[in-house]
Ligand binder design. Sequence first.
Ligand SMILES: Nc1ncnc2c1ncn2[C@@H]1O[C@H](COP(=O)(O)OP(=O)(O)O)[C@@H](O)[C@H]1O
Ligand SMILES: [Mg+2]
Length: 233
Amino acid sequence: MPSLFVTGTDTEVGKTHISAALLHWCGQQGWRSAGFKPVAAGLDAQGGNEDIQNLRAASSLALTAQEVGPLQFQAACAPHIAAALEGRTIALAPLVQQARALAARSDVLVVEGVGGFCVPLGPEGDTADLAVALGYPVVLVVGLRLGCINHALLTAEAIRARGLPLAGWVANTVDPNMAHLQANVDTLRDELQRRHQAPCLGVVPRLVDTSPGAAAAYLNGVALRQRLALGSN
Ligand SMILES: Nc1ncnc2c1ncn2[C@@H]1O[C@H](COP(=O)(O)OP(=O)(O)O)[C@@H](O)[C@H]1O
Ligand SMILES: [Mg+2]
């Protein structure tokens, strides 16, 4: 069974929301699903991180917060800056090791990237380097709002330029009042298929219920099963 690396067209586009939906959907298939957030920046008053909590809750495998998010920083800002504020640096090798250990205990590991695809992590490289070191097929979350077609195509090019397979993409509605939303989704579908042979794995509307199960209902189960069966690791 393959693992997946979830990236997005930007920060706050729904990577966590869609990663949680993927974890929930995998759990519904009877698979042991595990979420992984290699680097999390931004802790609440109780020392918790929302992304880690959400991924942990959506995983069908029982995991500790430390297993889901081994590297946590206080400040909610760019990860290399959050690390520097604490006099720390982000090393990639231990993160890869921790991901592999978790993947070995699960049927599907869903790794949520940090910000957009090329966000710097520190002297050792950026998020894309981490994705390459992991080697998992990438799922691109496209936050539907004006400008997203360009961001999606740039990100898809960056993923392919790193030699990683683009398993598919998920449309997530960031701006429900976006003009010509359906026409944008149609263009994304055509262009990502034509340029990158990347299928649409779901179109998620703006939801009142932001639970993983509610979003999972909008994933394309047939396409997902097909792509997961094609997984190369
Ligand atoms: N389809 C949606 N409907 C409603 N709220 C959403 C949807 N997608 C994301 N959100 C909300 O938007 C915010 C940002 O989403 P999140 O998944 O945390 O983005 P990212 O992980 O890319 O930073 C969160 O509060 C999340 O609950
Ligand atoms: Mg997130």
